[in-house]
Design a protein around this ligand. Structure first.
Ligand code: DOR
Ligand code: ZN
Length: 344
């Protein structure tokens, strides 16, 4: 029996590190096992929109790293939010400041998307996407649309034609469909060319809509995109464990203080950073694909981004533990549950 897994240090291609005291709380978990993490730009009150914001946010993250008692080899990969008013000039400056990607939040689909993109078809935004293609920045998309008479469960599906249009118009723009959550989303990513990939979260490999609203409303499973049906989840597991390089880890670890989750109109986001490799170990073990875990966590993302593979390794050992009910101000994913794998 396999009771130890050794993996190249991870790339988590989708992280919400936040700012201020929450940043200091959550960053050590990711830095423990990942050498790089995509720092999502939907921070508030200061969103990351420009090259100047990149300098500021990267410094904040580095300061938080410096304050940690343990020194981990961790590098944040910086992004800006792409809004209707993001210009090619902003792209060039952000790129020079070190932004590797731009993130599109369509208006109103998730946490802090109140100023998200309204129009994917405008001439102005096409010029912005073209500028990203020219400088070699990736386009990361929260692939959902909030339309009248469209249920929250259908928002990814109604976005997919837009993904096809973008992939066709910008064949040299690398596009990531973030946190793919449906079978049809997975199938479309497979169909599209080499310029399109998708991230998969650990929680979408575990949850269905039943786990969110089926047995009492579970605010700590509330996230966007909302977890869906069993066949959707099963197809995500196939995509993650099949060895297809188009699918790689982006945890979307999204911490919110407990009181922002356990209230009316609770915030969307699942905080997986403290349990991420441990949960992935369970999922891949159950799928009898542990030998493919490292490609998913530590190779395919780097290759799509055009980055060298990380140095160093982490190990998971088979040893039961119970996830704390709360860590700092946040309730982690699987709080109070027994997990089988521990970080060595
Ligand atoms: O559930 C989510 N939470 N989905 C997102 O896209 C954003 C995230 C957050 O920032 O909390
Ligand atoms: Zn996210």
């Amino acid at each position: 029996m396999n009771d130890r897994i050794t993996l190249r240090r991870l790339d988590d291609m989708h992280c919400h590190f936040r700012i201020g005291s929450l940043l200091k709380e959550v960053l050590p978990f990711t830095a423990q096992y990942a050498s790089r993490g995509i720092a999502m730009p939907n921070t508030r009150p200061r969103a990351i929109l420009t090259g100047d914001d990149i300098f500021w946010y990267r410094d904040e993250i580095r300061r938080a790293l410096d304050e940690m008692p343990n020194r981990y080899p961790f590098e944040p990969l910086m992004t800006i939010e792409i809004r209707d008013n993001t210009t090619p000039k902003i792209i060039e400056k952000a790129h020079r400041a070190g932004a590797v990607a731009g993130k599109v939040y369509p208006l109103g689909v998730t946490t802090n998307s109140d100023e998200g993109l309204r129009d994917f078809d405008s001439e102005k935004i096409s010029e912005t996407f073209r500028a990203m293609q020219d400088v070699g920045m990736l386009l990361l998309i929260h692939g959902e649309l909030d339309r009248e008479h469209t249920l929250v469960t259908k928002r990814e599906e109604v976005f997919l034609p837009t993904l096809f249009k973008l992939a066709e118009r910008f064949p040299n723009l690398k596009i990531v469909l973030e946190h793919v959550s449906t079978r049809v989303g997975v199938e479309n990513v497979r169909q599209l060319g080499k310029n399109v990939a998708a991230t998969i979260t650990a929680h979408h490999l575990c949850l269905t809509l039943n786990d969110v609203v089926g047995y009492g409303i579970q605010p700590h499973h509330g996230c966007m995109p909302i977890p869906k049906d069993f066949d959707d989840r099963d197809e995500l597991i196939v995509a993650a464990t099949s060895g297809d390089p188009k699918f790689f880890l982006g945890s979307d670890t999204a911490p919110h203080p407990r009181e922002k989750k356990e209230c009316a109109k609770g915030a969307c986001g699942v905080y997986t950073a403290p349990v991420l490799p441990q949960i992935l170990g369970e999922v891949f073990e159950k799928a009898e694909c542990l030998d493919r875990l490292e490609n998913f966590t530590s190779r395919f993302g780097a290759e799509f981004y055009g980055l060298p593979l990380n140095d160093g390794t982490i190990s998971l050992i088979k040893s039961e533990w119970v996830v704390p009910e709360q860590i700092g101000s946040v309730v982690p994913f699987r709080a109070g549950d027994k997990l089988q794998w521990q970080l060595a």
